[in-house]
Ligand binder design. Structure first.
Ligand SMILES: Cc1cc2nc3c(=O)[nH]c(=O)nc-3n(C[C@H](O)[C@H](O)[C@H](O)COP(=O)(O)OP(=O)(O)OC[C@H]3O[C@@H](n4cnc5c(N)ncnc54)[C@H](O)[C@@H]3O)c2cc1C
Length: 288
C-alpha cells in the first residue's frame, strides 16, 4: 500500500458503511480518528478505508435515562467535554482528561480505543467495572455484547466480517444507591490498570466492581474480591481490604510480555488492587 493508492470512502449512514465493507472485502477497514490504525502494522495491507466520521448519527453522545450511548465517531476531546458524560459517567470523564496528548484526543475515539484491542490502554479496566456494552452492526443486523468481550486477544477482536461498532453504552453507577460510592482508577505504567467502584447504603457496601486491565490479555473482574467486599461495614473497609486482598488474587492470571514477566507484573497488579480498594473505602462518604 502507498498512501496515494489508498481509497477512502465516506458513507453517510451506518448501513451504507456496512454495505461498503461487505462489498469491498477484507482489504477494507473502518476507521474514525486513524490514530491507532495508521501506526499499526495493519496499515501496510490496507487498500480501502471506510471513514465513519461523516456519519452524523455516530457523532452523538445521547443520554437515555441513566444510560449513555457514545457514538463511534465522537472524539475523545468532544467526549471529555460532554455534559452528558460528566453527568452519567464522571469516572470516564476523569480518566479521559489524563490520557494521551491533545493531537490524539482531538481525533481518536473511545470506540476506536476499544477496537484497537490493545491490552495496555487505560480504559479497559474502567469499562469492565462499568459493565459497558458495545452495539455492533453487520450484514446480519445489530447485536450487542460486553465491551470486555470485544477484544479476542492483543490486536484482535470478535467483530464479524464487515461488522462495525456503532456505539458504546453504559449505565450510570449512581442511580442504584443512595450513596454515590467512589470511583477509583489507577494505571501503573503499562503494567496494570485497576478500577475499584464501591456503592453503599446505610453504612455498608452494597455493590462493588473490581477490574484489572493491562497486566492480563483482556480486562477481567475480580469477582471473589467483589463478593468479599460486598456487605462490609464502611468504617471497617480499609482494614477489610488489607485482609481480603492480602495476596495477588488467583484469578489474576498475569501474562509475560515485552513489558515484563508475569512475576514482575503480578506484584504491582495485586498492590494496585489493594491500594485502590483501601483508598476507595477511606474516601467513601454517604450522600449528604
Ligand atoms: C501517541 C498516542 C498516545 C496514546 N496514549 C494513550 C493513553 O495514554 N491511554 C490510552 O488508553 N490510549 C492511548 N492511545 C490510544 C488512543 O486512545 C487510540 O489510538 C484511539 O482512541 C483510537 O481511536 P481512533 O478513532 O483513532 O481509532 P482508529 O485508529 O480509527 O481505529 C483503530 C482500530 O479500530 C478499528 N475501528 C475503529 N473504529 C471502529 C468501529 N467503529 N467499528 C469497528 N472497528 C473500528 C480500526 O479499523 C482500527 O483497527 C494513544 C495513541 C497514540 C497514537
Amino acid at each position: 500500500m502507498t498512501w496515494t493508492s489508498l481509497r477512502i470512502h465516506a458513507p453517510e449512514s451506518e448501513r451504507a458503511a456496512v454495505d461498503l465493507l461487505d462489498g469491498l472485502g477484507p482489504a477494507a477497514r473502518p476507521y474514525a480518528g486513524g490514530t491507532g490504525l495508521f501506526l499499526s502494522d495493519e496499515r501496510r495491507h490496507l487498500e480501502q478505508l471506510v471513514d465513519l466520521k461523516e456519519i452524523a448519527a455516530l457523532a452523538e453522545v445521547e443520554r437515555r435515562g441513566d444510560e449513555l450511548h457514545i457514538g463511534a465517531a465522537v472524539s475523545l476531546w468532544a467526549l471529555e467535554r460532554s455534559r452528558e458524560l460528566r453527568d452519567v459517567l464522571p469516572e470516564v470523564a476523569a480518566l479521559l482528561g489524563a490520557i494521551a496528548n491533545p493531537r490524539v484526543l482531538a481525533s481518536g475515539t473511545l470506540v476506536g480505543n476499544i477496537c484497537l484491542a490493545a491490552p495496555r490502554t487505560d480504559l479497559t479496566a474502567l469499562l469492565a467495572a462499568l459493565d459497558a456494552r458495545v452495539i455492533c452492526l453487520g450484514p446480519g443486523g445489530e447485536r450487542d455484547l460486553d465491551a470486555v468481550d470485544l477484544p479476542s486477544g492483543p490486536g484482535r477482536t470478535t467483530l464479524r466480517p464487515a461488522e462495525i461498532v456503532t456505539r458504546l453504552s453504559s449505565q450510570s453507577r449512581r442511580s442504584s444507591s443512595d450513596w454515590p460510592g467512589s470511583a477509583s482508577t489507577r494505571s501503573v505504567g503499562p503494567t496494570a490498570s485497576v478500577t475499584v467502584l464501591l456503592e453503599g447504603a446505610d453504612g455498608h457496601v452494597t455493590r462493588t466492581a473490581v477490574a484489572v486491565g493491562a497486566a492480563v490479555p483482556r480486562a477481567l473482574r475480580l469477582t471473589d474480591i467483589e463478593t468479599a467486599l460486598t456487605g462490609a461495614p464502611l468504617e471497617e473497609l480499609p482494614g477489610r481490604v488489607t485482609e481480603i486482598v492480602a495476596a495477588v488474587p488467583p484469578e489474576l492470571d498475569v501474562t509475560s510480555d515485552g513489558h515484563g514477566s508475569a512475576e514482575y507484573k503480578a506484584a504491582p497488579a495485586g498492590g494496585a488492587v489493594r491500594a485502590r480498594a483501601s483508598r476507595g473505602g477511606r474516601k467513601a462518604r454517604p450522600c449528604p
